[in-house]
Design a binder for this molecule. Structure first.
Ligand code: AMP
Ligand code: ZN
Length: 468
């Protein structure tokens, strides 16, 4: 079965054809570790997780590289303000980033290279650009890429180069399209950098932001690789500059498929640190939302559409996941009898719809529709007493398969995960007392559980604990 992606380069839907059959090499721009990532950032990482999981679902061997930007204008500015060394400052946010990935059940990439561990690779790449005449040293001693030497500059972001000011230079890492200019590859040290600097053939300084992704992707994935992703704001200048650097230095195409996700917005505006309208994952956890609920919210909108974040959406996610949980509990107890073949056929149809939706440029809404269809059918059959234990297992197996992508379903442990151990122990003691017909004891334990806010129900051959 084929996968189709919308390639930002060319703005067309294309069949995915990897360089090596059966393998997918993927570079995803990672966090700038100067603060806790906000859920807008996680929208991008969840989209990339969906991409990665889909490639795996289609049996590709995936090699994903995600960089950690631990030296740039912002990390230096904020570590200096905090009077902490750059390394100690970024270490804290690297750690919290990995914790947050776990909370959201984002599968880890194969490699997380940090920029500061690859300064020599970056210097070598800048040197190659100097040697080939694509870069020059300016009066301020910094090295700039000359966009006039790369006539294809602007091909990704579709910038009209006719009306650009020739020879203008820009030193900051981030800038808007209306300041298209020669950009910094290597920044000569100045006082604002404090003690952050490395020696180079051009004097002490530090790399610009864009060069790290060119240098590190080349090291881990090769000069040309399959897929490069990021949020849409990364398209310009970051990805445009990566293309210019890599294709000029290597003389070959940099990336075959560019995928960009649209923004997460709040009240009509992009969520961003600079606007101050952001929630970190931790903010939302403190409000009582679980990782799975937030994952559902961040995953549910097609990646090329704006995702409107709201607390209503979080509440809806909670309700939806609760209903799935209820189904998984019911599935444990079914004892109906009926068309095992029919439910097999139905589940197989849901699976093929699910796969077709994912292969269609990661159409998550359609994929979810297939999941809901199976949920609906299973509940219907249970209501009619027409689902057998074997049929229930068919449904469960299909949900385990869906969960390779969604990673939010508690198919086998529904209802158990949230029950504290001491409550489980009391419930178990009550069950044993009942089994040995010590009803006085079992009733007392039932009352004790009730006073703690839990109700225990008997189920075939066991029991079930629920919050009151
Ligand atoms: P940064 O740490 O700013 O380099 O951003 C890390 C990733 O998050 C990049 O891929 C950005 O494009 C992405 N990003 C930042 N803000 C948002 C947002 N509001 N919605 C979606 N993606 C975002
Ligand atoms: Zn990047």
């Amino acid at each position: 079965m084929s996968i189709y992606f919308f390639n930002t380069m060319g703005r067309v839907r294309e069949e995915f054809k990897p360089l090596n059959p059966g393998e997918a090499k993927l570079y995803t721009c990672g966090p700038t570790v100067y603060n806790f990532a906000h859920i807008g950032n996680f929208r991008a990482y969840i989209f990339e997780d969906l991409l990665r999981r889909t490639l795996k679902y289609f049996n590709y061997k995936v090699t994903q590289v995600m960089n950690l930007t631990d030296v740039d204008d912002k990390t230096i500015r904020d570590s200096r303000a905090a009077k902490i060394s750059l390394n100690d400052f970024t270490a804290k946010y690297k750690q919290s980033f990995f914790e947050d990935l776990k909370t959201l059940n984002i599968d880890p990439a194969e490699v997380y290279p940090a920029a500061t561990d690859h300064i020599q690779e970056m210097i070598a790449l800048v040197q190659a650009l100097m040697d080939k005449g694509f870069a020059y040293q300016a009066e301020d001693k910094s090295i700039y890429f000359s966009i006039a030497k790369f006539p294809q500059y602007g091909k990704l972001a579709r910038i009209d180069m006719e009306n650009q000011r020739a020879g203008a230079r820009i030193k900051t890492d981030e800038y808007a399209k209306d300041s298209v200019a020669d950009f910094a590859l290597w920044k000569a040290w100045d006082e604002n950098d404090g003690d952050v600097c490395w020696d180079s053939p051009w004097g002490k300084g530090r790399p610009g932001w864009h060069i790290e992704c060119s240098a590190m992707s080349m090291k881990y994935l090769g000069k040309t690789f399959d897929i490069h992703t990021g949020g849409i704001d990364n398209m310009f200048p970051h990805h445009e500059d990566e293309i210019a650097q890599s294709e000029s230095a290597n003389g070959c195409r940099y990336v075959n498929y560019w995928l960009h996700c649209d923004h997460l917005i709040v009240n009509g505006e992009k969520m961003s640190k600079s606007l101050g309208n952001f929630f970190t994952l931790r903010d939302l956890e403190k409000k009582g939302y679980a990782g799975a609920e937030l994952r559902w919210v961040l995953l549910g909108t097609h990646y090329r559409k704006k995702l409107n974040f709201s607390f209503d959406a979080c509440e809806q996610a909670r309700t939806v996941l609760k209903k799935f949980n209820e189904l998984f509990l019911r599935l444990k107890e079914v004892n109906g009898s009926g068309g095992d073949e029919d439910i097999k056929t139905f589940a197989a149809k849901c699976q093929s719809d699910f796969a077709a939706a994912l292969g269609d440029d990661l159409n998550i809404a359609e994929a979810a529709a297939a999941v809901f269809a199976l949920q609906h059918e299973a509940n219907r059959l249970i209501d009619l007493g027409k689902l057998s234990p074997a049929g229930a297992e068919t449904v469960r197996a299909q949900f385990r398969d869906f969960d390779k992508i969604f990673a939010v379903f508690n198919v086998d442990n529904a209802g158990e995960a949230e029950v504290p151990a001491e409550i489980m122990a009391l419930a178990e003691a009550r069950f044993q007392a009942r089994k040995s017909k010590d009803f006085a004891k079992s009733d007392a334990l039932r009352d004790q559980l009730k006073s703690l806010g839990w109700v225990v129900e008997d189920a075939s051959g066991g029991f079930r604990v629920k919050k009151i």
